[in-house]
Design a protein around this ligand. Sequence first.
Ligand code: BTN
Length: 251
Amino acid sequence: MTVKPRFIGSKIHRLEICESTNDEAAKLLRGGDVQEGTIIVSNEQKNGRGQRGNDWSAFPGQNLTFSVVVKPVFLKIQDQFYLNILVALAVSDLLIDLKIKNVKVKWPNDILVGTKKICGILIENTVRKVLDSSVLGIGLNVNQVDFEGLRATSIVNELDIESDKEVVLYNLASLLGKRYEQLRTGELSVMKNDYLRRLYGMNHALKFDDGEQFSGEIVGISDYGQLQIVKSGKLKTYNMQEVKFRFDQIL
Ligand code: BTN
């Protein structure tokens, strides 16, 4: 049974094809008349965008590619990483509810099952004096089986059963709504603790590359969402482009 979501997803624009749902959301915001919580979902994206300027490609019709418009004017600009935390938690909540094991959040906000990516998230904020609006772009692998050698997985590959994408969308919208409410009511430390509990590599030795290859241990994130790694006995703090995980050599 599907229950129509109340806040996030109370309005849904459904597209057969578009360049990128994040771009469609930005267009709606520029037009000025977009209700908070609106979802734009497309069966296919011709120019799906990922983090670090990468592409996001998904087999048409098999996965969920959508964006949510929110207006988190209550959030301090320096707390904007909590939008990443909110989406990462809602997606991982969904996968844990589906009884998928070993769901992890890879900093900043890839969702993994083991070491395989199941969901990518692209958050684009408009900051004026406050956080005017944010587009939460989500690409969740649902019914795609073959990833052509990529380190990726999907709900069907984990559960051996195809999902109704509409049900997955509604459930995820409702979980996004719950986590958004936590953000609105200022439960930041609860959210950060949940995020750290699910953080891939937390308190484990892993291989990284920050210009030099090294083995280190993630010990947390800073108040601004930077990754904290102990490297050669010293605490180092990294911004998004400054460090890569080396999946070829997981210890
Ligand atoms: C990443 O892992 O690099 C982020 C991928 C984000 C993909 C989603 S799909 C829906 C939305 N529209 C886009 O163009 N990108 C995001």
